[in-house]
Design a protein around this ligand. Structure first.
Ligand SMILES: Cc1cc2nc3c(=O)[nH]c(=O)nc-3n(C[C@H](O)[C@H](O)[C@H](O)COP(=O)(O)OP(=O)(O)OC[C@H]3O[C@@H](n4cnc5c(N)ncnc54)[C@H](O)[C@@H]3O)c2cc1C
Ligand code: SF4
Length: 844
C-alpha cells in the first residue's frame, strides 16, 4: 500500500507518559505517602489523584486532643492546606468517598458526600489509606431511629467530631459529660471537656486505666492522678444504655448507679475502615493484608498504608508505623530503593494530658522467669516507673508522673541499645550527666520526635544546612509537629547544634502571616504609601503581591483602626459576623444584641425588645454575661427589619472590637458603694462603642472593692476605692484563660480613669498582634513599661495616643444603620441552609 501519512502535530500534553496514581484516603498516612513520593521525584513519574471523604485538606489528627482542650485552634493543625494540593498539581476530591474499586478495569468509583455527584477515576497504581473509625459499641439508646447518633453522643476521631463536642460542651445548659473508655483517647477527651467547665466521669470496662499500655500497679497510680484533676473514674463499669428520648440525659451502667449527664463521648477503641476493600475483593483479616512493600496480597498494583493495614499480623493505632510504612512505599514505588522493606514498628505511647505524664512502650510486665524487672513506685507523688529487660535489651517500660528519661528509654527500646550496668540510671538522672550534656551524648540516630520519626542527626543536619531557628527546623523536619511532647527536646537539640547561635523565628513578630513585617513597620509602610484597602496592602507589601486568606481579617482591622472613615471596606476581608453585624449560630440564624450601656435599660426599650421577639418569632431571649439581652434565632434577611423595629444601636456582641462595660449598681443605690460605677460604665461605653481592636475587649466598673462587676478579670477593669479614687486594672481574663488584671494606676476622678482607659486601649490597638488579647499583651510588653508610657508619658506619645483615640471615637457610626442601605444586594440574603432550631424551654 502506498500513500502518505500526514504530519500530525500533538501538544506535549497528548504525550502524558506518567502513570496514574490514585490514593483513597486523605488522612495522615495517605497524604504522608504522597509527600514521600513527591520528595523522591514522584511528580515526574505519576499524576496524582486523591479521594478524601472529609471535606478538608490533611490535618494532624493527633492534635485534635489539643483542639478539644482549647490549646490549639483547628486552623492550626492543618498539615496540607487545599492550596498545597494545587501547588503540587494533585487533584484532590475532598468530601468524596470512594465506594468501590474495579480491579479488572482499574477504576475507582466514588461519590460526593455533599451533593451525591459520582466520580470514576482510572488508575495504574492505587494506594488505599482509609484509616480507622471510632468503634461504637451496640449500647441501647446510642442511636436514634434513623441510625444517627443521639444528640449529645459523640465519637472522637475527626475535626467535625471535635467541633461538635466543643459546641455542645460550650452550651450553658450542659454541665456534665461521661466518657466511655479509659484508654489514651478517653482520658484526653475527658481532660479536654473539663476546659469547658463540665464535670466529667470516665467509665471504663477494664480493671485499671490505660490497660492496653500499662499494668495494674501503674494503672492504680494513674487513676489517683486523674482523679486529682477532678475527673471521676468508674472502673469495671459496663455501659448498658444511654438515657434520654430526644437527647442524652444519662448513662446506665451494669451494677453501678445511674450517671446523669448531658453528653457522652465514646472512646471505646477503633476499627480499621475495610468496607471498601472487602467490597472490592481484597484479602481482609483484621485489616487489609499487605506484604513488606505495603502491597496487597491480591494485586501487584494496589498498595495500602496506615491504620487500615495488617502487616505480619499486626494492626497499628499510632502514627509512627505509618511514617515508616509511607517511606518504604515511596522508596518502592519511585524505584528510589527497590529493596526497601517494612519489617514492623516498635511503638511508644505518650498521654497528652497536661498534669499527668504517662509514657509506655513494649510489654507491661515480665513474661519469662529470666526477665529482669526494675520497679520504682511512689504513689504519694503519683510516680511509678518500671522497666522490663530481657537479654540485656529493654523490652518494656512504663513511666508515670516523671517522664524525664523517656527520650533515652525510647532510644534503648527502639534500637536495642546497650543498657547501663547501674539500672537506676535508666530511671533517674543520678550521677549521670545533666540534661544539657545528655543532648550532646545522645546518639545521632536517637529518635527525638517519635510521632514524626525525626532523629537527633536529622535535626543537627538541618541546623548545619543553615536553618538556625527552632521554628525553621520544626517546619523543615516536622519534628515537634506530632503530639508536641518533644518540643522542649527539639529546642535543646537545635540550641546545642547551633552552639548558642539560635536565631529567633522571624515570622514570630509579624503582625499577620502573609506580610513579613512587625506591626510598627507595617503601620509605617501603610501610612507612607497611603494604603487604604486590604487588597492594596497585599499588592504593595506582600511577597510577590500574593494575597493570604489568613491575613485578611487582621489587615482589615488594622486599616480600620488607622484610617477610620477613610478606610476602603472590602467585604471579602470580613468574617460573616462583621459583614452582617450579628453573631452567626449553628443553624445559620443570627443572634442580635442591642446596646445597653453599662447594663442599664428602660421600660420602653424592654417593650420594643419584647415586641420584636414576638414579631420575629425569636426562639430564645437570653440575658448575657455582659448584662445585655440577646435575641437568638433571627433569620439573615430579617436583620435590617429587626434593627429598625428595635431602634437601638448595635451592642457589638460579635467581631474583634470593644464589646461592653459591665457595671454594678454602685454608689447611687448600694450601701457599700464609694463611686458611681454605673455612670462611669455608661460614659466608657458611649465613648468607646464599636471601637476596632486586635481582639475583643471587655470592660467592667465596680463601685467598691467588693467587685461585683468582676473588674479584676476584664481587659480593663475599674474599681472605686475609698476617698473617691479609682483603680485601673489591665490584662485580666476569665474565659478559657484566667488571669487577674494588673494595677495600672490609681487616679483621683472618673474623668482621668476614662482618659487612661482610652490611652491604654489606643496603645494596645496600635501595638498588639492580631488576635492577641490583653491578657497576653500586657505580660508580653510588661506592666512597668506600660505604666511608664501610659501614665508617666515616658515616650512623649500620650497626647498623640489621646488624639488618635479621639479621632476613632469621632468616626463611630452605628453599623445597624446599614440595614436601610445594604452594602451589597446580597448582604442580608440568606445563603445558608436553615435547620429547625431545637425548642428551648422558656423558664418561668
Ligand atoms: C484524638 C486523637 C488523638 C490521637 N493521638 C495520637 C498520639 O498521641 N500518638 C499517636 O501516635 N497517634 C495518635 N492518634 C492516632 C493517629 O491519629 C492515627 O494513627 C493516624 O491518624 C492514622 O492515620 P491514617 O491515615 O491511617 O488514618 P486517618 O488519619 O484516619 O485517615 C484516613 C482518612 O481516610 C478517609 N477515608 C476513609 N474511607 C474513605 C473512603 N472510602 N473514601 C475516601 N476517604 C476515606 C477518612 O475519612 C480519613 O480522613 C490519635 C488519634 C485521635 C483521633
Ligand atoms: S461592687 Fe461594691 S458598690 Fe458595687 S454592688 Fe458590689 S458592693 Fe455595691
Amino acid at each position: 500500500m502506498t500513500g502518505t501519512v500526514p504530519d500530525v502535530v500533538l501538544d506535549d500534553e497528548d504525550f502524558e507518559t506518567r502513570r496514574r496514581l490514585v490514593v483513597i484516603g486523605n488522612g495522615m498516612a495517605g497524604a504522608r505517602a504522597v509527600e514521600e513520593i513527591l520528595q523522591r521525584g514522584g511528580a515526574e513519574q505519576f499524576t496524582v489523584t486523591m479521594f478524601g471523604d472529609e471535606p478538608y485538606g490533611n490535618y494532624n489528627r493527633i492534635m485534635l486532643s489539643h483542639v478539644l482542650s482549647g490549646e490549639e485552634t483547628d486552623a492550626d493543625i492543618f498539615l496540607n492546606s487545599i492550596a498545597w494540593y494545587e501547588e503540587n498539581d494533585i487533584t484532590l476530591h475532598a468530601g468524596v468517598r470512594a465506594t468501590r474499586v474495579d480491579r479488572f478495569s482499574k477504576i475507582v468509583y466514588a461519590q460526593s458526600t455533599v451533593d451525591g455527584t459520582t466520580y470514576e477515576s482510572p488508575y495504574d497504581v492505587l494506594i488505599i489509606a482509609t484509616g480507622s473509625r471510632s468503634f461504637m459499641p451496640s449500647i441501647e439508646g446510642l442511636r436514634m431511629d434513623d441510625g444517627s447518633l443521639k444528640p449529645g453522643v459523640f465519637a472522637f476521631r475527626t475535626i467535625d467530631d471535635t467541633r461538635g463536642m466543643v459546641e455542645y460542651a460550650e452550651h450553658d445548659d450542659h454541665r456534665r459529660a461521661v466518657v466511655i473508655g479509659g484508654g489514651l483517647l478517653g482520658l484526653e477527651a475527658a481532660r479536654g471537656l473539663q476546659a469547658y467547665g463540665l464535670q466529667v466521669d470516665v467509665v471504663h470496662a477494664g480493671s485499671h486505666l490505660m490497660n492496653a499500655q500499662i499494668g495494674p500497679a501503674g494503672g492504680d497510680i494513674l487513676r489517683k492522678s486523674v482523679e486529682e484533676l477532678g475527673i471521676e473514674v468508674h472502673l469495671k463499669a459496663r455501659t448498658t444504655a444511654i438515657m434520654g428520648d430526644e437527647k442524652v440525659q444519662g448513662v446506665y451502667l451494669l451494677d453501678h448507679p445511674l450517671l446523669e449527664c448531658d453528653m457522652v463521648v465514646v472512646a471505646a477503641g477503633i476499627r480499621p475502615n475495610i468496607d471498601l476493600a472487602v467490597t472490592s475483593g481484597f484479602t481482609v483479616e483484621r485489616a487489609i493484608v499487605v506484604d513488606d512493600q505495603m502491597r496487597t496480597v491480591d494485586d501487584p498494583d494496589v498498595y495500602a498504608v496506615g491504620e487500615c493495614v495488617q502487616h505480619r499480623g499486626e494492626v497499628y493505632g499510632l502514627v509512627q508505623p505509618l511514617w515508616e510504612q509511607a517511606a518504604v512505599l515511596a522508596d518502592h514505588l519511585t524505584g528510589t530503593d527497590p529493596t526497601a522493606a517494612y519489617h514492623g514498628s516498635r511503638t511508644a505511647t505518650k498521654l497528652k494530658v497536661a498534669g499527668v505524664d504517662v509514657a509506655a512502650m513494649g510489654v507491661q510486665g515480665p513474661e519469662r522467669d529470666t526477665d529482669e524487672v526494675i520497679v520504682f513506685s511512689e504513689p504519694k507523688r503519683g510516680v511509678y516507673k518500671s522497666l522490663i529487660i530481657r537479654d540485656e535489651k529493654l523490652i518494656g517500660a512504663t513511666m508515670l508522673g516523671d517522664t524525664s528519661k523517656v527520650a533515652f528509654l525510647i532510644q534503648a527500646f527502639d534500637q536495642g541499645l546497650p543498657l547501663p550496668e547501674e539500672r537506676l540510671e535508666m530511671l533517674f538522672n543520678l550521677g549521670t550527666p545533666a540534661e544539657e550534656v545528655g543532648i550532646a551524648e545522645l546518639a545521632d540516630d536517637a529518635q527525638v520526635c517519635n510521632c514524626n520519626g525525626v532523629s537527633k542527626g536529622a535535626l543537627v543536619a538541618c541546623v548545619e544546612s543553615g536553618v538556625k531557628s527552632v521554628a525553621g527546623v520544626m517546619e523543615k523536619t516536622r519534628a515537634g509537629k506530632g503530639c508536641g511532647s518533644c518540643k522542649n527536646m527539639v529546642c535543646q537539640v537545635v540550641e546545642w547544634a547551633a552552639g548558642g547561635a539560635v536565631q529567633e523565628d522571624p515570622s514570630a513578630n509579624w503582625y499577620v502571616p502573609g506580610i513579613p513585617m512587625d506591626k510598627p513597620e507595617l503601620m509605617k509602610a501603610i501610612l507612607d504609601q497611603q494604603l487604604r484597602s486590604v487588597s492594596s496592602v497585599f499588592a504593595a507589601l506582600a511577597p510577590e503581591g500574593a494575597e493570604d486568606a489568613k491575613s485578611k481579617m487582621g489587615l482589615a482591622s488594622l486599616l480600620k483602626m488607622m484610617w477610620a472613615d477613610d478606610y476602603i471596606d472590602e467585604k471579602d476581608a470580613k468574617f460573616i459576623n462583621d459583614r452582617v453585624h450579628a453573631n452567626i449560630q449553628k443553624d445559620g440564624t443570627f443572634s442580635v444584641v442591642p446596646q445597653m450601656k453599662g447594663g442599664v435599660t428602660t421600660p420602653d426599650q424592654l417593650r420594643r425588645i419584647a415586641d420584636v421577639a414576638d414579631k420575629y418569632d425569636v426562639k430564645l431571649v437570653k440575658v448575657t454575661g455582659g448584662q445585655r439581652i440577646d435575641l437568638l434565632g433571627i433569620r439573615k434577611e430579617d436583620l435590617p427589619k429587626v434593627w429598625a423595629d428595635l431602634d437601638m444601636p448595635s451592642g457589638y456582641a460579635y467581631g474583634k472590637s470593644f464589646r461592653t462595660v459591665k457595671t454594678c449598681v454602685g454608689q447611687e443605690f448600694c450601701r457599700f458603694g464609694t463611686g458611681d460605677s454605673t455612670q462611669l460604665g455608661i460614659d466608657l461605653e458611649s465613648r468607646y462603642q464599636g471601637l476596632e481592636s486586635p481582639a475583643k475587649m471587655k470592660l467592667a466598673v465596680s463601685g467598691c472593692p467588693r467587685n461585683c462587676a468582676e473588674s479584676l478579670v476584664k481587659d480593663v477593669g475599674i474599681v472605686a476605692i475609698e476617698g473617691g479614687r479609682w483603680e485601673i486594672y489591665i490584662g485580666g481574663a476569665a474565659g478559657a484563660h484566667i488571669r487577674k488584671g494588673d494595677l495600672l494606676a490609681t487616679v483621683d476622678d472618673p474623668e482621668t480613669a476614662n482618659l487612661l482607659t482610652g490611652r491604654f486601649m489606643q496603645y494596645y490597638r496600635e501595638n498588639a498582634k492580631w488576635l492577641e488579647r490583653t491578657y497576653a499583651f500586657v505580660p508580653r510588653v510588661g506592666l512597668d513599661f506600660l505604666r511608664e508610657v501610659i501614665v508617666e508619658d515616658s515616650l512623649g506619645i500620650a497626647a498623640d495616643l489621646d488624639a488618635r483615640m479621639q479621632q476613632a471615637v469621632d468616626a463611630y457610626k452605628d453599623p445597624w444603620k446599614e440595614g436601610a442601605a445594604p452594602a451589597t444586594p446580597g448582604q442580608f440574603r440568606t445563603s445558608l441552609p436553615l435547620e429547625v432550631l431545637p425548642k428551648v424551654g422558656v423558664r418561668a
